[in-house]
Design a protein around this ligand. Sequence first.
Ligand code: HEC
Length: 129
Amino acid sequence: MDIRNKQIFTLLVGIVLFSACYYDKKDQIYPQVTMTTCDTTNITYGVTVTNILTANCTSCHGTTTANLSGGGILLNSYAAVKPYVTNGKLINSILQNGQASAMPKNGTKLDVCTINKMVLWVNKGALNN
Ligand code: HEC
């Protein structure tokens, strides 16, 4: 081997050795994203929807509050909620899309998972289940 070939050979060996030692840390390449899962199985009026309305809406739309702070609108039973499903106001209000008054009034918009559950319940026929 002449001197030039020796240099090239050394360089190639160097590259091979260097890349062989290169070490990827899995956690750095694929950082673990903490996904909060949205459980949209078994959505029912009796549990899912009632819980959402109780937590976010009946403070104004309940029996004792509707006339004082809920614009006279009750959302405390299936029969009371159903007309607002039919006229689209229930979903439009929580989507805050300008098609109904934005709800919860003066409050923070419901999180995406909660909104999805309500939309799914309506899309599956708004059953009294
Ligand atoms: C702080 C009190 C308050 C809370 C909490 C609240 N609302 Fe209301 N809501 C009102 C008032 C007052 C009205 C009537 C005046 C208006 O439309 O803004 C109303 C109106 C509505 C209407 C009729 C909207 C329209 O455009 O005709 C719907 C539907 C409704 N609310 C759904 C909800 C839902 C669903 C929640 C919970 C996610 C909720 N509201 C939470 C006070 C509240």
